[in-house]
Design a protein around this ligand. Structure first.
Ligand code: 5CA
Ligand code: ZN
Length: 409
């Protein structure tokens, strides 16, 4: 489907450092080691109640990741899905008395507009679950031929233990897996399954629900295989980074990795599994099911500068859970004003050390909060006493633009 227009990213002098990132599977910060073209798959939205600040924080983290890779001399191939058919979307359609397709289209458009306003790098391939259905059916058939898929009534299940490495993304024990699976859309207790953790890959048509005709019958895909099919088709494996919020680590990324590893008889599905923290609001994780949401589009409608929203989110490290509060935005607006004043000054202190330090901090597991403080210090020095370097303000503006995605003019 249509993506959104990408930001122009200025080139910086020299080259950025190799990126080291925390990997959920190994539990440590490890170097990413992409080839000339780094590949990344980031799980996209289920298009209703988009775009809340939790979504925005997650997609911004992967935007920064790509800026660091690019600054380090890599091309990046980026793929994202839209889960435009799934149970929660159908439930919302029933609740609103609206057609599920109309909701999906509208909300995907809101998301595109928000991402564009926030200056987020768009995916090269933006693929809806519905358009991926023929491909999903092919991948499921392939798994079936390998003996990794079985039937329960008219539905098809993937046998997770057909992958001997099942469990190695999140390293949870089985009881924990079963609990979380039940909480996050799984069906561990369904009679007829060979193992409680086996996951649905194809769901036969239910009365009143949308379904598609494929060689698997009349039905629709399971959730995890949707992302796997899209990632394998557009990126192949191993992917350098599989990304998403921490709520996707289990079951979504664990199941997906197992499906892909069995499908391709190779390991690993992804070299890094990168998970972003959950943003809260009013005492709970911001979530569609709870309805405690702050929308990017509402802030924009109220006149908030998207660059202030960006700064407010980047002021938090991507792996530490945090809760949104009104001062997040007032602080970010003050910071934006300071940076704008300083980068419009006729001269300032040299920017060379600023670039070096920001590159160091970002390459070390994306320490955006400290990187913002480096810019603050330069800006305060510039506004307090000026400096003699006439090109420094423009250089710092380019650093903010290229590495942090913050446009100052
Ligand atoms: N369509 C699936 C992924 S295939 C999905 O999880 N969609 S979503 O709309 O629920 O979430 C989109 C992305 O935002 C996911 O990566 C999810 O982990 C992330 N996300 C959701 N809520 C929050 C939150 N409160 N804070 C941070 N990230 C969040
Ligand atoms: Zn996904």
């Amino acid at each position: 489907m249509k993506s959104w227009a990408g930001p122009l990213i200025p080139a910086l002098p020299g080259q950025g450092l190799p990126l080291r990132l925390f990997d959920t599977a190994t539990g440590e910060i490890r170097p990413t080691a992409p080839g000339p073209t780094a590949t990344i798959y980031v799980c996209g939205i289920t298009p209703y109640d988009a775009t809340h600040l939790g979504h925005a924080a997650t997609y911004l983290a992967f935007d920064i990741l790509q800026r660091i890779w690019r600054d380090g001399g890599h091309d990046v191939k980026y793929v994202q899905n839209v889960t435009d058919i799934d149970d929660p979307l159908l439930e919302r359609a029933v609740a609103l008395g609206e057609d599920w397709r109309a909701i999906a289209e509208r909300e995907t458009e809101v998301f595109r507009a928000d991402m564009h306003a926030l200056g987020v790098i768009p995916p090269d391939d933006y693929i809806g679950a519905v358009e991926a259905i023929p491909s999903v059916a092919n991948h499921v058939s392939y798994l079936q031929e390998l003996g990794a898929v079985y039937q329960v009534a008219d539905d098809l299940y993937f046998s997770v233990h057909s992958d001997p490495r099942f469990g190695s993304v999140t390293n949870l024990d089985e009881a924990e897996m079963i609990n979380i699976f039940a909480e996050r859309g799984g069906d561990p207790a369904r009679p007829g399954k060979r193992h409680p953790l086996d996951c649905l890959v194809w769901q036969a048509a239910r009365p009143g629900e949308p379904a598609w005709d494929t060689h698997l019958g009349h039905g629709r895909p399971g959730w995890h295989i949707e992302c796997v099919a899209i990632a394998l088709d557009y990126l192949g494996m191993p992917i350098d980074v599989q990304g998403g919020g921490s709520d996707l680590a289990f079951p979504h990324h664990e199941m997906g990795a197992a499906e892909a590893q069995v499908r391709n008889s190779t390991w690993p599905y992804a070299r890094h599994y990168v998970h972003t923290a959950m943003v809260g609001w009013q005492g709970h994780k911001m979530s569609k099911s709870r309805g405690n949401l702050v929308f990017v589009s509402h802030l924009r409608r109220d006149g908030v500068d998207p660059m202030a929203i960006r700064l407010a989110l980047l002021a938090h490290h991507y792996r530490i859970d945090w809760a949104w509060t009104p001062p997040d935005l007032t602080d970010a607006s003050m910071r934006l004003a300071l940076w704008r004043t300083a980068t419009a000054a006729p001269a300032g202190p040299s920017a060379d050390l600023v670039l070096e330090r920001v590159r160091e901090l970002l390459s070390d597991d994306m320490q955006t909060p400290t990187a913002l403080e480096v810019i603050d210090r330069w800006a305060m020095e510039t506004t307090a006493s000026g400096g003699s370097n006439r090109s420094a303000p423009a250089q710092v503006a380019s650093i903010c633009d290229a590495l942090l995605g913050v446009r100052l003019s």
